[in-house]
Design a binder for this molecule. Structure first.
Ligand code: AQP
Length: 339
């Protein structure tokens, strides 16, 4: 399959501008994106088409889309090396998504955990069909770029499996068209949990005040949230899969994902310390992550025209590759080429 940027294999990933980006988005996705950008030909998109699977206020969606792109750069994505673009700027995403939707068995879509979670509390009539078809759009995002690797948090693994199944089905029925992508989860931080409810994934759209640390939270506010994080009465600082110890496990996981230290040395470090010390040290390393990111973010927002020029270049580069793959898929499926 075609590879841009010399012979580097391609990477594709994205985040929805459906709220304020969280430390979960950073540790599960962004940190990995930065880590692979020299080794791979990376395409990182702001997935606004995904965001509208749940109602969004138009002005807010536009603002969050720019804000997300700026956060990508502030977190360390270098636009000179990686391609940053907005999903809806490339019509090929919607076009391939339709083709893939037509090939996706309803049973596969209905079995997706995220669909079941996101629709559990809604009346059937108020659930948009986009929520069901979300994985077909995500498959289109990945397959359009012939991506070999997709760095995501582990809540997306089932969607990646779906993408592979769909690619295999298409290739089998219509001839070799798409590269088979592999998932990449971080060693630590693949699923950061809510501070207030450590048995549920930290989500940007969760409304409770102490649930998530947002990347643009001022450092004092982030410290307060960590100070209020749910713990337990065991008074023992160690990693654990036990539900009753999920709060401490989550704080340790945040610490591990930020510091990249091995679990054993983290446990040894905290062996003679209390929960207050743990919270303080987690808050320190979170603050050390947020402060430079926010400083760079402010600079970017003040630099008139820079972000728009990054997104324009990204659109041109991504558009070319996406169009070529779409054309091939359309030909293979039997669409009459326009004369
Ligand atoms: N809590 C998390 N821990 C680790 N990784 C996470 N990701 C999201 N939350 C966590 C990863 O971030 C990337 C972008 O996710 P997304 O915004 O496209 O969708 P999501 O997984 O549904 O994230 P949210 O924050 O929960 O969004 P909403 O509330 O809008 O649904 C993905 O790689 C994801 O794994």
């Amino acid at each position: 399959m075609a590879k841009a940027n010399g012979n580097k294999p391609r990477v594709l990933s994205g985040i929805q501008p459906s709220g304020n980006l969280t430390i979960g988005n950073y540790l599960g996705a962004l940190k990995q994106w930065v880590a692979v950008q020299r080794e791979y030909d990376c395409f990182y998109c702001v997935v606004d088409l995904h965001a509208i699977t749940v109602a969004q206020a138009p002005a807010e969606l536009r603002r969050k889309t720019r804000e997300s792109a700026a956060i990508y750069i502030a977190a360390g994505i270098d636009p000179e090396i990686s391609t940053i673009f907005v999903q809806s700027h490339i019509p090929a995403h919607s076009e391939l998504a339709w083709i893939l939707t037509c090939m996706a068995p309803l049973g596969w879509l209905q079995r997706m955990t995220q669909f079941k979670d996101k629709t559990a509390k809604q009346m059937q009539d108020s659930i948009g069909a986009g929520l069901l078809n979300y994985p077909s759009l995500m498959a289109a995002d990945i397959l359009l770029y012939q991506a070999e690797l997709v760095p995501v948090g582990d809540d997306q693994n089932q969607h990646l499996e779906f993408t592979r199944d769909l690619a295999q089905r298409f290739n089998h029925l219509y001839g070799e068209t798409f590269t088979m992508p592999s998932v990449m989860n971080p060693q630590a931080g693949a699923r950061i949990m809510g501070l207030d409810r450590p048995t549920a994934k930290m989500s940007k759209s969760e409304e409770s005040d102490n649930h998530a640390i947002f990347l643009l939270d001022d450092v004092g506010r982030a410290r307060k949230k960590i100070g209020r994080a749910v713990t337990d009465s065991f008074r023992e600082i160690r990693f654990s899969e036990d539900k009753e110890r999920a709060g401490i496990n989550n704080l340790l996981t945040i610490y591990q994902a930020i510091t990249d230290e091995p679990r054993a040395s983290i446990e040894a470090h905290f062996s003679d310390k209390g929960y207050g010390d743990l919270k303080r040290e987690v808050a320190d390393c979170v603050a050390d992550t947020l402060a430079p990111l926010q400083a760079r973010y402010q600079e970017l927002m003040e630099e008139a025209g820079y972000l728009d020029s990054v997104l324009k270049i990204g659109r041109e580069k991504a558009g070319e590759i996406a169009e070529a793959t779409l054309k091939k898929a359309q030909e293979n499926i039997g669409f009459l080429a326009p004369s």
